[in-house]
Design a protein around this ligand. Structure first.
Ligand code: SF4
Length: 323
């Protein structure tokens, strides 16, 4: 919500925007997903509830625009395997498979074991991402820090294509906005698998319980100890959801030691619940309307395809594959 959707909602007023449900990407780690269509529809409901407006943005499903897969194939010839193995996502997935945390170094045997579980499709997913971007000749990509290496690969692929076949693609730039990175309730990265999330579907009570557990400035022992909001996860919530005036007050009072963490957490929880309240109401209004959602996605896919097919025709022309 904070890292992606809130940002997308703003961007759709400033740019011609394309947002897609990445169902091909989902299959790279969950190969036989019986729920993939249902999950895609549910994801679209989340987007609509967050404020993505299909009249302003093109909202579609990746697999319904076959040019993504076709361009992926063309791009797969422009990469070597060691480059893809160096992608942070590849290493992260190996660590995940071996149940290793953080930056733990892997032994040669562990790497061999993990590699044998990873598919050709998984290894190529940064290349598919490049195709997802360049098929629209997109020039600005809203990404989080963790996706910057993937965008760098996209830029490399654009350069290699342009050098090999002729100048066709722009080198897209990251559209990074300053959004606070909200940590999970246990101080680790927020992730469903760590059970440390505060989901938009939570009730006000559940939100309060979650925020209560969040890690604050650990150097602050007594209520009147001066604190450092930059060391506090709750302050990041304020930065995301409290008004500008409230953020200034929280920062000042925390530093001066005139604010209790309990009250501060309650205030952050209330701001979050207020935001979630509107979301939940809109999400509820889409329940039982799967047919309408499919219509929105089908219309979006049709619009996306009209752009993507033009690019693909140019790609084939440049690669001398037009007949
Ligand atoms: S007063 Fe607020 S911002 Fe400061 S450490 Fe406590 S919870 Fe964090």
């Amino acid at each position: 919500m904070v890292g992606a959707l809130d940002n997308w909602v703003k961007l759709q007023d400033e740019y011609e925007s394309f947002f897609f449900v990445a169902d091909w990407h989902a299959l790279t780690t969950d190969t036989y997903s019986k729920n993939i269509k249902k999950d895609s529809i549910e994801m679209a409901k989340d987007w609509l509830a967050a404020g993505i407006d299909p009249d302003k943005s093109t909202m579609f499903v990746q697999s319904q625009v076959s040019e993504h897969a076709e361009l992926h194939l063309a791009f797969s010839m422009l990469n070597n395997l060691p480059r893809l193995e160096r992608m942070p996502s590849f290493k992260a997935q190996m660590q995940h498979l071996l149940k290793k945390e953080g930056d733990a170094e892997l032994t040669r045997d562990e790497i061999t074991k993990a590699r044998s579980s990873l598919s050709y499709g998984f290894m190529g997913y940064p290349v598919l991402q490049a195709a997802d971007i360049l098929i629209y000749k997109a020039d600005k990509i809203p990404v989080g820090d963790d996706q910057v290496p993937h965008l760098e690969l996209t830029r490399e692929i654009a350069r290699t294509f342009n050098k090999t076949y002729g100048n066709l693609f722009p080198e897209p730039e990251a559209l990074t906005t300053i959004t606070p990175r909200i940590l999970g309730t246990d101080g680790r990265k927020m992730s469903k698998s760590y059970h440390n999330t505060i989901l938009p579907t939570f009730s006000a009570d559940e939100v309060r319980t979650g925020v209560k557990k969040m890690v604050t400035d650990t150097n602050r022992v007594r209520r009147d100890d001066p604190g450092d909001p930059r060391e506090c996860s709750v302050y990041d919530l304020h930065l995301a959801y409290s008004s500008d005036d409230d953020q200034i007050t929280v920062g000042k009072e925390c530093r001066a030691g005139t604010r209790g963490c309990g009250d501060c957490k309650l205030q952050a929880a209330n701001a979050l619940s207020e935001k979630y309240g509107g979301y939940k109401e809109r999400r509820q209004s889409w329940e039982g309307k799967d047919r309408e959602i499919v219509e929105i996605l089908t219309e979006g896919s049709r619009k996306a395809k009209s752009v993507a097919s033009e690019t693909m025709a140019e790609v084939k022309d440049y690669m001398m594959l037009s007949y």
